[in-house]
Write a protein that binds this ligand. Sequence first.
Ligand SMILES: *Cc1c(COP(=O)(O)O)cnc(C)c1O
Length: 649
Amino acid sequence: MIPVNQPLLGPKEEAAVLEAVRSGWISSEGAAVGKFEAGWAAVCNRKHGIAVSSGTAALDTAVYALRLPAGSEVIMPTFTIVSCVNAVIKNGLKPVFVDADPVYWGLAVEQIEERITPKTSAIMAVHIYGHPVDMDKVMALARAHNLLVIEDAAEAHGSHCRDRICGSFGDVSVFSFYANKIITTGEGGMILCDDDAIAERCRCYRDLGFMKERRFLHQNRGENYRMTNIQAALGLAQIGRLAEFLALKKKMGALYTSLLRDIPDIQLPASSDWGENIYWVYGIVLGDSYPFDAAQLAERLKEMGIGTRPFFYGMHQQPFLHDMGIGLGEQFPVCERISHRGLYLPSGLSLSEDHIREVASSLKSALLSLTALPRQQPGEATGLKQTPTIAVILPTYNEKGNIVRLIDALSTQIKYPAEFIVVDDNSPDRTAEAVSELARHRSDVKLILRENERGLTSAIQAGIDQSRSDIVVWMDVDFSHPPEKVPELIARILSGGYDAAIGSRYIPGGADELQNLANPVILVQKLCTRILNWFTRVVTGVPFHDWTSGFIAIRGDTIRQVRLCGDYGEYFIFLMARLCALQARWVEVPFNNIPREVGETKTASGFLGLLSRGIHYISAVFKATHLMRRPSVRRNRLEGHIQRRVVRR
Ligand SMILES: *Cc1c(COP(=O)(O)O)cnc(C)c1O
């Protein structure tokens, strides 16, 4: 396997670390820390350097030290690492996102101004993958609006914006020295600044808020973010090699570009008027003409022995932030496109020229082999490979009695390589324990255990996010969706050329067994379901019969273009709306609904519960109908509305 990122360490680094160990100075006390700080500050033309334990710690410290007004807004890119947003939130500030630049992938500077409000206090600029953000523009904007600037140069050691080095711009600038960064200390980071007071606050914060005057008396909260002398010694040796590393990166980038330039409709890293790319990593983005996404390409490359990493996932799409009301319903089209269609190739400093040639030729054949199987019309052969991989997503809540048995049944039924992704919302009956037990001896069983109850829709989405398979299936775990039906759903995609096959109780051959007729709640429920199905079909005009099915097999490349939204009972309507907007081909497959077995659900019952769900359902139908007619215009507002409502409950 050609690794994605491997540092280049030599005898100088070995000697430096050995010397630190032999000297006995292994904690953060020791001469190397100060020398490393001064050394890196000098490289970046800064007065102060404060070494810390990671780039994440550096960001937290930097934001802390600026003393921005509580609750004020920090404008930052959505396309970045989570450390950036964590630093903002942790310090009691509000992140305000801007999209990525479509060519350079750093923050879209021209979108900053429209997001400035009276509450804005700072801009966080992040250089992405080795190309600098136009810091002259950012600084000018900041000065005009009296804002402070945090510059994250963790991916841009030694890179320049015009003739100034990155890390020299921000009121505070930060670096990471993690193992895959251009300069490394294993784990580590640094804050750079020119202001004495800010530097002092950083030093105090990194050291638990200790003060020189009186130890163990703390005026301010602090963290233990100290860097060890051993790490600093390693870093010092690395600084001495910066020019060598940059030359290597430049050569690597130029070679990749010369080998990949001819591939049609693929975006390669660019340099700009204001900055040369130093290719921290070599990213590529697939154009829309490719009928597969970066995840599928990565999978194919992995089979060929080539490691890759996906691009960042937008901060506006993070479930933990949605729980806090951040990013809900926001859309940043560039970020969303490149996070699905972008990945980076092996880029480590220890990569040889032969490796790069091998990666390039593997990439070309992977693209060809994936493209050679175009998507076809229903009835014809499918574009999927001979042996597709299947992911079965199993959302559980109190299903301890069913889950293991169901996975066993599915394993015998599905004849293709399959993974079973169980998403459990911390069931009181300890479903998760039973699954972990199973996963210990079965590598095809994966457990996503979520601490908060986030509901069915987000559980399925979490499973989709985790899956890399050609076909994604999800179903209820209580055997109301028969496992023996799954192969038929898959077969309809494979041989029928459909994008999705959906289990349906209300077409010929399917049935919803009316058991328990004596129970009025169940009776009303069944009756309502039928009326609502009819209603939905009439209002939307989509000839689909089982709008609460929840039993589906769908192509991975199709479902990865959709984000599920809406409550249990509504999400399927929105999913269908999206499939219609994407012009996906779906087919209904009849199945018999078997009465539930063991397990206690979270589903609301009782008359008022049903009534409220019915009303939500009806309003969802109208919104979805709207969505189908004007897909792009309404989507944004609509999803925001729905997701906010779900979170509030
Ligand atoms: C790597 C990185 C960080 C975090 O650094 P760690 O040392 O891994 O904590 C922060 N920002 C960016 C842009 C990074 O690439």
